[in-house]
Write a protein that binds this ligand. Structure first.
Ligand code: ADP
Ligand code: ASP
Ligand code: MG
Length: 483
């Protein structure tokens, strides 16, 4: 079945360009070509930009290092920021007036960087609020460069800081948007500009509290910004431009023969994103599903390749059984065990309440049916903190020997296979375990998503890469068989 047809001349297209897509003058040229090609087709175009690749890391690293007393990074990194952006201006903007104007704006932002990081050095502390103020600068610089480059091509554009559009709570470094308040601002700010024929170039990743303090939506959050804008306007489609040919059967950095998946359901792609496929920020999916907006993931460096379409259409569900495999590393498995736990009400609730208080995320939970143990994964750097919190919570049970031990494992990873067709196909789990057994990968714990769209397995970090490759071979067998 075809994707729903829309009349593009009456619709807005939101296009997000990731860090590599804007990271060099050559990449930015492709971005300009893509925008120039789509502009006459659609009623309006809203590009959402990331920072130049590596810039957000550089900014956050500067904050951390300055706070821990490394003063020299301030000047060195300010210089690097200047150089990275100046090359873009030199190669993309010919007019001296325009180059000087944008150069001045970028220097102002770099001045802000120096002041903020200097303050962190003096205080010996980088607060989450300060980190967001620093981390937001990359997108702000990038949006100004793209705007100037579009104007130079006689395409009317204006840079918009999404602090004016996305209202969030004050949970700095991974703020939650208030979608109702944001929708109002997005519509009232962007629609009049689009009506006047302007392209508003919007910064990804950032928002602001109701009082205007800058926040960020978490690493990789520009995808989420694009989805929020797409849902609010609303857009006819949202396209995520990146550095690979769409969502693939595995991370192409781990598995060389990974293939592009042409169609995925919202559910499948959200499981993939949740279990580590960095190609889409996990929160991106919800706003687009809720508004039934088609989402495309495509490659700035191969713009004619159609990439991946993420759609709600159920007819795509049976295409292949296992569609993709993904992995998360650097986790630890926490186990709470004891024969006295059997039938004691509230152990699970108290466990997760204690974990929640440590502000740790739990990507996977698995409980054996015997009820004698609960195990779950946490990021490895949080493992000892979680263990201590549980020991305090269960001090009484430990003393009475109802709980024997609360242990944390050495580094482990989660490998997940995703495919909505799995639920209709008996024996998938059996094939997975046989394949892993043959490859001598020891499975430590299992969890099957209640949706049965994914199965996740905990393996040692050392086995993770082998597990991904082995399970990827299953996908290739399925595809070979169906041809
Ligand atoms: P961007 O800066 O464009 O947002 P990201 O680096 O965040 O790009 O995400 C793209 C990267 O995601 C790819 O270069 C790829 O290495 C990685 N990736 C991980 N899993 C997958 C997958 N299943 N399909 C495609 N890319 C993946
Ligand atoms: N620049 C931000 C980051 O590196 C956001 C993004 O690229 O999506 O995390
Ligand atoms: Mg990304």
């Amino acid at each position: 079945m075809e994707k729903k047809k829309i009349n593009k001349a009456e619709q807005i297209l939101v296009m997000k360009f990731g860090g590599t897509s804007v990271g060099s003058p050559e990449a930015m040229q492709s971005v300009l070509d893509i925008i120039a090609k789509e502009q006459p087709v659609w009623k309006g175009i809203v590009p959402v930009v990331s920072a130049l690749n590596g810039v957000t890391n550089l900014l956050l690293d500067s904050a951390q290092k300055a706070a821990s007393g490394e003063r020299f990074v301030i000047d060195a990194n300010a210089k690097e920021l200047h150089n990275r952006h100046q090359v873009m201006l030199d190669k993309l903007i010919e007019s001296d007036v325009e180059k000087r104007k944008v150069g001045w704006e970028i220097n102002q932002l770099i001045g802000e960087f120096t002041n903020l990081v200097e303050a962190m050095y003096i205080l010996g502390e980088a607060s989450p609020r300060g980190i967001d103020a620093v981390g937001s600068l990359g997108e702000r610089m990038c949006a100004r460069i793209l705007t100037a480059a579009l104007n130079e091509r006689k395409i009317k554009a204006t840079a918009i800081d999404s602090t004016q559009l996305i209202v969030t709570d004050a949970r700095f470094t991974s703020a939650n948007p208030d979608e109702t308040a944001s929708k109002k601002k997005i519509k009232t700010t962007l629609l009049p500009l689009i009506e006047k024929g302007f392209i508003p170039v919007v910064t990804g990743f950032i928002g602001a509290t109701p009082d205007g303090v800058v926040t960020t939506l978490g690493r990789g959050g520009s995808d989420f910004s694009a989805a929020l804008l797409g849902a609010a306007l609303p857009a006819g489609e949202v396209w995520i431009w990146t550095d690979v040919n769409g969502v693939m059967t595995a991370d192409p950095r781990l598995v060389q023969d990974a293939q592009t998946i042409e169609h995925l359901s919202y559910r499948e792609v959200s499981e993939l994103a949740y279990f580590g496929a960095k190609v889409l920020h996990p929160k991106t999916i919800r706003p687009v599903i809720e508004n039934n907006i088609p989402l495309r993931v495509c490659n700035t460096f191969a713009p004619t390749v159609s990439g991946t379409w993420v759609v709600s259409d159920k007819s795509y569900i049976t295409e292949g059984i296992v569609k993709a495999v993904t992995a998360i590393s650097d986790l630890s498995l926490v186990t709470v065990e004891g024969t006295g736990m059997l039938g004691v009400p509230g152990v699970a609730a108290r466990t997760f309440e204690a974990v929640a208080k440590t502000k740790t995320s739990v990507p996977l939970i698995s409980q054996a049916s015997s009820e004698q143990s609960i195990c779950f994964t946490v990021p490895i750097e949080a493992a000892e903190r979680v263990q201590r919190a549980l020991e305090v919570t269960f001090a009484g049970e430990i003393q009475r020997r109802d709980i024997d031990k609360i242990s944390i494992s050495p580094a482990i990873g989660i490998v997940s296979v995703v495919g909505a067709g799995m639920r209709y196909t008996p024996g998938v789990a059996g094939r997975i375990f046989t394949a892993l057994g043959d490859a001598k990968v020891n499975v430590i714990a299992i969890a099957q998503g209640s949706s049965e769209v994914s199965i996740s397995l905990v393996v040692t970090q050392a086995d993770l890469k082998r597990a991904v490759k082995t399970l990827h071979e299953l996908i290739q067998q399925d595809q070979g068989g169906s041809k």
